[in-house]
Structures are given as structure tokens and as C-alpha cells.
Design a protein around this ligand. Structure first.
Ligand code: AMP
Ligand code: MG
Length: 398
């Protein structure tokens, strides 16, 4: 049995990428960029009016001219006009190209329109209300770098530079495997000795948050069936996320079967609660990583967030956000196990505080829904109220 710190570092040591692929812009949300993105033209591509009003040449103002004859109108989307006579102005709309020879825009709110003339009501500064060509990004600059996670803001940038297809890092192909003869499908009515499967559905949902559509299979507690099913899965997936069958029970075949079929054990059992019987290994030749979590829902859920998410992020070149919270109650961890205790963090006067949700052991599913993460509490340590502890979020804390 190894310590948690060693386990997480062994897991992270196995990280590797899964290649790249080209996807349509619409499907790139949440993915990680695998190419640098350059400005294909100046941003903005022309001197652009930022207000509705009139475009003038500032020289006229220096000559104390306050009244301009309106001779034309420049709308957004129309080609550039030219201001030939500086005693005149061209009405201009936000987003329109500044007319040639104009250098200043005065907004309607600072004007009085009298028939065909615009009379200036407020002091004017040369160059005002113009978003200058190339002032955001000149043509050719790198606007997004490899490794950037594509959020709504990046989608806008990609669209602006004409990327209808984007090169992104491939996500792993993940198969969720539940084990256990006591488990039935969600649509079934369990008999007295049975329970409905939940782990697969929980993990399926959390993977969707990462943009990964997983597949799932169920394996009976039978050694030969387990072996043949897992051999098939090793040929078709990058990651197997298993739940159940890794403890000391008579029907917990996974550790033995996994090694039999060539998955090299990196470790089995970690000094932690919940999730102690976690088995982790790799099939080197087939390049498959196997996370075999104990089946108790809280164990699977905690281990998924503690190990799989940082592993996935590192494989994709992303960092996992680590943050701490202020514990609002005292807690003594008198065990030699690292504890992951369900907790509810919330912002109080700008500070992140948290309360523990002491559920009913690792089988207690409903208390997971009251929490928004786990606090990590070290072995044999007494925590006072106000202690600062690491927090592993399982959902948004806002
Ligand atoms: P195991 O790790 O196989 O010994 O299972 C530990 C406990 O978790 C048992 O009570 C199982 O019934 C339960 N369990 C295992 N797999 C699942 C699952 N996929 N969904 C819900 N409970 C499960
Ligand atoms: Mg089982």
C-alpha cells in the first residue's frame, strides 16, 4: 500500500498525448488548440468609428469651425468614402470605415443637427472615437497559442480570423466498465438483493463536462467473462475506467485478470479514504491506461476527481486548478490515511470557506449531491477551525 502523494505522482508520470485532429469550428468548444492561430489581417482591419455621429477633419476645429455641412453618410458595411471639403462632414455609423481625409468622429450626443448642418456642442479631441486599424492585433501576430482551451472567447477569435476548421488535441477514447452481479440497469426494478448501477452514469456525466463521450459496458462477476471482455476493450480504447471488483472479496477478479491480460500494475491500494483499493496500471503495447476504482459510489467519484481529472488535464497539456479553502470546523484525522471528505465550499465576504459533509461512509450517494467537492486532509493531523486545506471541486462552487 502506498501513500497518496506517491500514487498521484505515479499516475501523472504515465501521461501522454492522444494525437491531434481537425474539427469544424462549431465542434471545437471545450477542446485544446493544437495549432497557433495568426491574425489573417489587421484587427481592426480599417480605422473604424466607435460612435454614431459625424466624421470630420480636425484641422477645421483648429480653425474654430463649429458648424459642418453634412454631405454624405457612411454606413457600416459600405466601402470607404472620402471627405474632400473640410468645412463639411460625413455622417458615420458605428463600425463604418472612417472616410479618407477624416481623422475624428463626433458623436450625435455632442451635436445639434440643424437641417443639413451639424453644430458642435462639446470640445473635440483629435482622433476621438476611432478604433485604429491594427491597434488590437497587427496582421500576422499570434492571437492564440497551442495548448489554449477553446472557450466562447476563443471561438470568437477563431471565427474572426476565418478558421472554419480547427486543429485540436484528440481526447482519449474512454470506456466505462461497471462490475458486479448485484447491479441492474436504471430501467429495471431491482429485486431485494440488487441495486441499480449509478457509477457509470455519474462518470459519463462528468466526462461530458470534459467534452468526452464515453461508452460503457457491464461485466458480470465471472473470471472468464471478465477476461474476454477486457481483452476486447484493450483493443478499442485509450482509457478504461472500471468500478468495483478490486477489493479483497471472493469475486473481486480484476487485479488478477488485468495482470493476466498484460496490463502492468503500477500500484494497487493507496493509503486513503475513500477509495483505498484503487488499482492502476497500463498496457504498454496497446497504450491503454487502466483506472480500476473500488465500486462504492463515493470511492469512484472521489478517485475520478483526485486522479483521473489531473491525469487527463496533463495529457492534454492543461493544468488542473488547485485551490484551498478555509475549514469552518475542527477535524482530527487520527488515521494513517489521507482523507477526502465531502465538503461544501462557498464564498463568504470574498473568502472561500467550507463545511464538511460527514456522510454515511463511501456507499452514501446522496451526500455527494450536497457537496461541491472534497477537502484533502492529511493522515494523523489535527485541523483547527480556520485551517487552510486543499479543495478538489466536483462542480462549480458558485
Ligand atoms: P466492490 O468494489 O465491487 O466491492 O463494490 C463495493 C460496493 O459498491 C458494493 O456495495 C457495490 O454494490 C457498489 N457498487 C459497485 N459498482 C457500482 C456501480 N456501478 N454503481 C453503484 N454501486 C456500485
Ligand atoms: Mg463488486
Amino acid at each position: 500500500m502506498i501513500a497518496f502523494e506517491e500514487a498521484i505522482s505515479l499516475v501523472l508520470d504515465t501521461c501522454k498525448g492522444f494525437g491531434v485532429e481537425q474539427v469544424p469550428l462549431k465542434e471545437s468548444f471545450g477542446r485544446v488548440l493544437a495549432e497557433d492561430i495568426f491574425a489573417d489581417r489587421d484587427f481592426p482591419p480599417f480605422h473604424r468609428a466607435t460612435k454614431d455621429g459625424i466624421a470630420i477633419n480636425y484641422d477645421a476645429i483648429t480653425k474654430s469651425l463649429e458648424e459642418f455641412r453634412i454631405i454624405d453618410i457612411a454606413a457600416a458595411g459600405s466601402p470607404q468614402k472620402e471627405l474632400l471639403d473640410f468645412s463639411c462632414c460625413i455622417e458615420i455609423m458605428t463600425g463604418a470605415v472612417l472616410p479618407l481625409s477624416a481623422d475624428t468622429v463626433i458623436m450625435y450626443e455632442h451635436l445639434k443637427i440643424k437641417g443639413e448642418d451639424a453644430v458642435v456642442q462639446k470640445p473635440v479631441k483629435k482622433g476621438q472615437n476611432i478604433h485604429r486599424k491594427g491597434s488590437d492585433e497587427p496582421k500576422g501576430t499570434t492571437v492564440l497559442k497551442v495548448g489554449k482551451k477553446i472557450t466562447a472567447a476563443e471561438i470568437g477569435v477563431l471565427a474572426s480570423v476565418g478558421k472554419s476548421e480547427v486543429l485540436v488535441k484528440k481526447n482519449p477514447k474512454v470506456c466505462l466498465v461497471s462490475t458486479g452481479d448485484e447491479l441492474v440497469d436504471v430501467i429495471e426494478t431491482p429485486m431485494a438483493h440488487q441495486i441499480r448501477k449509478s457509477n457509470v452514469h455519474t462518470i459519463e456525466a462528468t466526462l461530458l463536462r470534459e467534452g468526452i463521450r464515453s461508452e460503457s459496458v457491464h461485466i458480470k462477476d465471472d473470471k472468464e467473462i471478465t477476461k474476454s471482455k477486457l481483452i476486447q476493450l484493450l483493443n478499442n480504447f485509450d482509457v478504461l475506467l472500471l468500478s468495483g471488483g478490486v477489493s479483497k472479496g471472493k469475486y473481486d477478479y480484476l487485479p488478477e485478470v488485468l495482470e493476466d491480460i498484460g496490463v502492468e500494475k503500477v500500484f494497487h491500494k493507496v493509503k486513503q479514504r475513500p477509495g483505498k483499493p484503487f488499482w492502476f496500471g497500463q498496457h504498454k503495447e496497446k497504450e491503454v491506461t487502466v483506472f480500476a476504482f473500488p465500486g462504492n459510489p463515493a470511492s469512484t467519484f472521489a478517485n475520478y476527481h483526485v486522479y483521473f481529472i489531473p491525469w487527463l488535464n496533463k495529457c492534454l497539456g492543461l493544468s488542473t486548478i488547485e485551490f484551498t479553502v478555509i475549514l469552518e470546523e475542527a477535524f482530527e484525522n487520527s488515521t494513517d490515511l489521507t482523507r477526502f471528505i465531502r465538503a461544501k465550499a462557498r464564498i463568504v465576504a470574498g473568502k472561500l470557506k467550507c463545511n464538511l459533509i460527514l456522510g454515511n461512509g463511501s456507499g452514501d450517494l446522496t451526500s455527494l449531491s450536497k457537496a461541491n467537492g472534497f477537502v484533502l486532509l492529511k493522515s494523523n493531523k489535527e485541523y483547527k477551525s480556520g485551517a487552510i486545506v486543499p479543495f478538489i471541486a466536483t462542480r462549480s462552487i458558485l
